[in-house]
Write a protein that binds this ligand. Sequence first.
Ligand code: ZN
Ligand code: ZN
Length: 154
Amino acid sequence: MDLACYICSSSCATTVEGLDDAVDAVGFGHGICHLCSVIVCKAHGQRVPGPPAAQYMCVLCVPSFIRKGGFRPIEPGDPTGPQTEIDQLIEAISFAPEPVLTKIRTELIEFMRRQKLKETAPVGQAGRNLAADIFSEEMGVTQFLREMNEGLKI
Ligand SMILES: [Zn+2]
Ligand SMILES: [Zn+2]
């Protein structure tokens, strides 16, 4: 049985950017999001490393993943000093397209400067919210969810 990607098969699919442009299996159900249980294709979902175990996550749930925080250290034994939370956040969503990652990193660094905080300090909830909002906007998640809601009201 072929299962279709929830995003690709929806009427407002075109607003959502794929996580990886190079994937060839667009549209075909590849994994079930462990957070919202939709079935998505390789372009609209990604396996996120554990602990506890690697779990599949759809692009629509990435913003709440960012908001939640608690990203893993990149290299726990790294003697070059503490990792910045910005680096950890970017690493945790490294499956996102490069321009989106660059924009999130740039805006977070700007955000830290405005707060007069070091770039290596934790970005906190406000910083994570900012990153999640940028991801949603850039990836089309915001628009997708808005159109889905409007569709439901009709
Ligand atoms: Zn898809
Ligand atoms: Zn999901």
